[in-house]
Write a protein that binds this ligand. Structure first.
Ligand SMILES: [Zn+2]
Length: 268
C-alpha cells in the first residue's frame, strides 16, 4: 500500500514536517476478534531543523544486503513513491531502546530474538541501546535532546497497556515509523515506535508455543517499523493475522530485501 503518499507530503528543510505512519498488527494472536484490525494513521508533525548526520553513519552498508530470494508470496510497503519505498539508512546502525513499564518476564530475550531475525532479513544493523524511561505516548519527538542527544530519537519499543494506547484494546502490537522526504524526493524512515500490550503478551506466553508466538508478534511489528505494510495474500507473517506463522514468509523476506536495496542516506 502507498499510504500518505498524497498531496500533503512533507519536504525536508523547505517544510520541516514529518509523516507519521502507524499500523496495528497481531490482533488475532490474542483477541480472536473478527473485525479488520488495520489501522493506518498518517499524521504530520513539526520536527524543526534536522539534527546533524549521525556520527556512526558511514558511506557504505554496515551489513551486506540480504540475499534476494524467490517465491510468490506478496508484500507491501508502508509508504513509497516514485523514488522507492520509505526505508532506514543501511549505512548506519538502527538504534533501539526499550521501556519496560509492563514488560512480561523474559521480555528482553523475546525482543533480542525478534531483533536478530529482522536484522538478518533486512540487512540492518539493529543495536540495542538499553532501557529508557520514555513511556508509550500518542506521539513522540523525532529528536529528544534531553533523553537521547542531538540525533534522531532511537526506535522505541514500549511494553505498555491500552491505558496508554487505546488501540491496544484490539491489537497486541502497533508498529510504524516516522518518514521524512529528502530534497531529492526519497523517503527516509528516521525513527519508529512499537507499542506492545504487556498483559496480552503474558497471556500469549502462557500457551505451549507462547515464546515463539510472542516473538512473532514483535517481529511483525519490527517489520512494520523497517517498512513493510500488510501482505494482501495469505501465508505471510505480515498478513493482518500473521497467517499462523512464527517465522517470516517468502513474501516477507523478498519485501525486506527490496527495502534493503536503497543507497546510503547522506542527507540527514
Ligand atoms: Zn500488522
Amino acid at each position: 500500500m502507498s499510504i500518505g503518499a498524497g498531496s500533503q507530503r512533507a519536504r525536508a528543510f523547505s517544510m520541516p514536517l514529518v509523516l507519521t505512519l502507524l499500523l496495528t498488527g497481531g490482533l488475532l494472536w490474542a483477541r480472536q476478534a473478527l473485525k479488520d484490525p488495520i489501522d493506518h494513521i498518517a499524521t504530520m508533525v513539526s520536527t524543526g531543523a534536522p539534527p546533524p548526520r549521525a556520527s556512526d553513519a558511514g558511506l557504505g552498508r554496515v551489513m551486506p544486503p540480504p540475499q534476494q530470494l524467490g517465491g510468490s508470496g506478496d508484500y507491501t510497503f508502508m509508504m513509497s513513491n516514485g523514488r522507492g519505498p520509505a526505508a532506514y539508512d543501511p549505512c548506519r546502525p538502527l538504534h533501539v531502546v526499550v521501556n519496560h513499564e509492563q514488560a512480561p518476564a523474559g521480555a528482553d530475550q523475546l525482543v533480542a530474538d525478534a531483533v536478530a531475525q529482522v536484522s538478518a532479513a533486512s540487512g540492518l544493523a539493529i543495536v540495542m541501546d538499553g532501557p529508557t524511561d520514555e513511556l508509550a505516548a500518542d506521539s513522540r519527538p523525532t529528536v529528544d535532546r534531553t533523553r537521547y542527544g542531538n540525533r534522531w530519537s532511537p526506535v522505541l519499543i514500549a511494553w505498555t497497556t491500552h491505558a496508554r494506547d487505546a488501540r491496544l484494546g484490539d491489537a497486541v502490537g502497533i508498529g510504524g515509523s516516522q518518514v521524512l522526504e529528502a530534497p531529492d524526493g526519497r523517503l527516509w524512515n528516521i525513527t519508529g515506535t512499537i507499542h506492545l500490550d504487556g498483559p496480552a503478551m503474558s497471556e500469549i506466553l502462557a500457551r505451549p508455543d507462547g515464546p515463539q508466538r510472542a516473538t512473532a508478534v514483535i517481529v511483525h511489528e519490527l517489520v512494520h517499523v523497517v517498512g513493510l505494510g500488510h501482505a494482501a495474500g495469505d501465508g505471510q507473517l505480515m498478513t493482518v493475522d500473521g497467517s499462523g506463522r512464527t517465522t517470516l514468509g517468502d513474501g516477507d523476506l523478498r519485501g525486506l530485501a527490496e527495502l534493503a536495496n536503497v543507497p546510503c542516506n547522506t542527507v540527514f
